[in-house]
Design a protein around this ligand. Sequence first.
Ligand SMILES: Cc1cc2nc3c(=O)[nH]c(=O)nc-3n(C[C@H](O)[C@H](O)[C@H](O)COP(=O)(O)O)c2cc1C
Length: 254
Amino acid sequence: MTKYEAIFRRKSVRRYKEEEIPEEILEKIRHYGAHAVGIRKEVRIKWKVYRASDHNVKGMFQVKAPYYAALYSEVCEDCRIHAGCLMEQLVLWLHTMGIASCYQGGARLKHDEEEQMELMMILAFGYPSEALERSFVDFKRAELKKLVKTNITLGKVQKKLLEAARLAPSALNQQPWRFVVTENRIHLFIRRPGRMSYEKQLNRNLFQAGIVLSHMLVTGEELWFDLDYQKLDSIMEKAIQNYLYAGSLILQKY
Ligand SMILES: Cc1cc2nc3c(=O)[nH]c(=O)nc-3n(C[C@H](O)[C@H](O)[C@H](O)COP(=O)(O)O)c2cc1C
């Protein structure tokens, strides 16, 4: 199975076996990113893997799992988009090896000091004791026509990219993204947070922009679409009602 195929099959898993994951896989997780798409080498990140027996993960809505991966990043422009893009590719890669996972948006670490870096997200993972996969018809997601604004008829490439984007996971399945599609561009927007805990929600939505972006980039890689992710100054100040601009995918040739 490829990461692309995993997009159409994965689901969050909340029940796990105690079974150990081979050390070589844990080691690859600790260095995950070298072969991921859309990753900016200059952004300093760090993975840490905890076992449940470390008792280092706490917080709300926590899923009990044998392992947790914590992703830290230096704080810089787009670091959260970058982190979401990277962690979702880890999710897909784990899935290809029969390892399940679940984002832990409400979780915290008891000890999370990491010099000049911030914790971006925690992911629970391990071998599942419930179904690892779901079939396509069981994805509960908004239809594309609700998520996409366009004046053109979508072509084959745009449809493939947007269909993969549509299936991306989000906190409480809120799908806080919208897409404005032109001839050779897909502009990505995220929901503008309410005034209550604005920054926290904004950070979460930026991370989720990274998740959705990764689904499109993984699709591009698998299907040989030439894609480039950019922030376009011409769009930067634009907002569609209650949404903020998060970047554009430029479809180079198709
Ligand atoms: C940023 C983020 C935070 C999440 N936080 C939690 C969480 O704290 N606890 C939990 O059980 N699931 C959490 N989830 C999982 C979502 O509930 C799940 O992805 C969504 O309902 C879609 O379902 P699926 O992943 O099975 O496709 C989170 C997902 C994301 C993307």
